[in-house]
Design a protein around this ligand. Structure first.
Ligand SMILES: C[S@@+](CC[C@H](N)C(=O)[O-])C[C@H]1O[C@@H](n2cnc3c(N)ncnc32)[C@H](O)[C@@H]1O
Length: 179
């Protein structure tokens, strides 16, 4: 985490996951000690570093970032750790590494092809999406509009999903693909 957070500070990258989300990612990764763990949208590598901190000896992490500079810097964090691959390009590059036992879908996929995201999960695979704002409404709303992505995840027949508070003002979807 330390190296990723140094990069964040140097670049002023403001989109890294919160520590509360990071702990959730670490717990999810640790639940699949021989799993394939994926992340779309590496950013500066903070989420990847949290996933890595839960990675079992038999597990691997593949993360993809479309911004070349970010991908290169993040790759530098994991030099020497052959369980971790940082790819540069569109999130769909992940497809060749599927199915995923954990998928932190954070950049690419969630807004453009959520159905494809679900199809990339292994049976029992865990999907995490963060950056939601808690809503007391059903269906959930954001800024007065129905939140289609949250509704999609929470009602998808192939998923057992819930929304958890990560802070009093933020939430995440955690979903398991049914066998
Ligand atoms: C919220 S930030 C990622 C933060 C990171 N996951 C973390 O937890 O520290 C989203 C990232 O997704 C990247 N991104 C957006 N669309 C993408 C796509 N289609 N393919 C790959 N990366 C994408 C953006 O460049 C940005 O760096």
């Amino acid at each position: 985490m330390a190296e990723a957070e140094r990069i964040v500070a140097r670049l002023g990258f403001a989109k890294s996951c919160l520590r509360e989300v990071g702990r959730l990612l670490r717990a999810a990764a640790a639940s699949k000690p021989r799993g394939t763990i994926a992340e779309s949208g590496t950013g500066a590598g903070v989420g990847a570093a949290w996933l890595d901190s839960g990675l079992g000896g038999g597990a691997r992490l593949v993360t993809v970032e479309r911004d070349e500079g970010l991908a290169r810097r993040a790759a530098g964090i994991f030099v020497g750790d052959d369980r971790v691959s940082v790819l540069h390009g569109d999130w769909r590059l992940l497809e060749r590494h599927a199915p995923f036992d954990v998928f932190f879908c954070d950049g690419g996929g969630k807004r453009d092809d959520a159905e494809r995201v679900v199809s990339l999960l292994a049976p029992g695979g865990v999907l995490v999406m963060d950056d939601f704002t808690p809503s007391a409404d059903w269906p959930p709303r954001f800024e007065g509009e129905a939140d289609a992505l949250r509704f999609f995840c929470l009602t998808h027949p192939a998923l057992a999903a819930t929304e958890v508070l990560t802070t009093p003002l933020t939430s995440a979807i955690v979903a398991t693909r049914r066998s």
